[in-house]
Design a protein. Structure first.
Length: 330
């Protein structure tokens, strides 16, 4: 069941073959060969696909009429003539906000979420937004990708480094973008910037699919900034979980949190209104994060070494003390 978002932003996949590790290089050819089989195509278009299991079939004369019915039911997607269709209305928030009482995005009226400018008109940038970009499965890896930007501060855990380039020029129309407004989720902007700096330094080491992945960097950043309702795989309440981008049908991960609190924004809208699509000093920031990480690791190694030495010294002192006690009467 192919997806049709029915807007001008055609979905493409963003891949970096040179970043793939040995496991991904091994799995990708197998995956693509499997995708070409009739078995996969039958599964892809069937109700066994979890992305389609809960879709409602809507019958109408036109897709616009079907979308209107789905909007009245507050659906994000629906099935029309065997095709998975988004209820996102193909109107620009930037140009239509002052004209319409409703622009449906991501299962709700986006105008209810947008901040207002001085004229009282809904405005994408009346409050400085957090941008979160979600790349689909088959993005930089076979599991997708997630990245975050606030002003000129970026969290983007790549396979080989923490990247600090602005998100829109890097990913263009290949990603799904969400604007999250800090005041609506209880985030203090200064605390968020501090969290971004801290995570960029701490997570600057080698990529790890489980413990140091792209979604993990965003998850840790938002948690440092005070967000408490992130939902990942695992028993979150016990502090055991695996962060994921969230581009899945199970309601887990970063994208699900974005859908709950944010506005789905088209790439063309970011290109028109966002002020931080260029960051002049991004490389200097990346170098500084790397230096801080190296100093942190050196200090950590020193503390580990000192702890080992002090433990040996303590053992020798204790052993010596026991020797002096030998032969005494108690």
């Amino acid at each position: 069941m192919p997806e049709n978002t029915n807007n001008t932003n055609e979905q493409q996949y963003h891949q970096y073959p040179h970043q793939d590790n040995a496991l991904v290089r091994f799995l990708k050819p197998i995956w693509y060969r499997f995708k070409a089989t009739k078995l996969f195509q039958a599964y892809r278009h069937s109700r066994l696909n979890p992305f389609h299991t809960t879709l409602q079939k809507i019958k109408a004369d036109t897709i616009e009429d079907a979308r209107e019915i789905a909007i009245n039911k507050n659906l994000r997607y629906f099935e029309y003539n065997g095709v998975r269709v988004s209820t996102d209305e193909p109107y620009s928030l930037v140009t239509e906000a002052g004209k319409r009482k409703r622009i449906f995005r991501n299962g709700r009226n986006a105008l209810d979420i947008l901040p207002r400018n001085a004229a009282g008109i809904p405005d994408l940038t009346a409050e400085e937004p957090i941008i979160i970009a979600i790349l689909p499965i088959e993005g930089p890896s076979l599991v997708g990708h997630a990245a975050l930007q606030y002003k000129d501060h970026v969290i983007n855990r790549l396979r080989y480094k923490m990247d600090t380039k602005p998100l829109f020029p890097r990913y263009g129309n290949k990603a799904n973008y969400y604007f999250i407004y800090p005041s609506q989720v209880g985030i203090d902007p200064k605390q968020l910037i501090n969290a971004i700096d801290k995570v960029n330094a701490l997570k600057n080491g080698d990529y790890d699919f489980v413990n140091n992945n792209c979604a993990g960097a965003i998850d840790y950043t938002l948690r440092f900034a005070g967000v408490k309702d992130l939902d990942q795989y695992g028993p979150d309440k016990l502090g055991i979980y695996w962060p994921a981008p969230g581009n899945n049908p199970f309601g887990k991960g970063i994208q699900s949190w974005c859908r709950k609190h944010g506005v789905h924004v088209f790439a063309s809208e970011i290109e028109q209104v966002y002020k931080h699509n260029y960051i002049a000093n991004h490389q200097e920031m990346a170098d500084e994060y790397k230096r801080i990480h190296q100093r942190f690791m050196q200090n950590k190694a020193f503390r580990r070494c000192w702890k080992k030495v002090s433990k040996k010294v303590q053992q020798k002192i204790m052993n010596g003390s026991f020797k002096t006690l030998k032969g005494r009467d108690y």
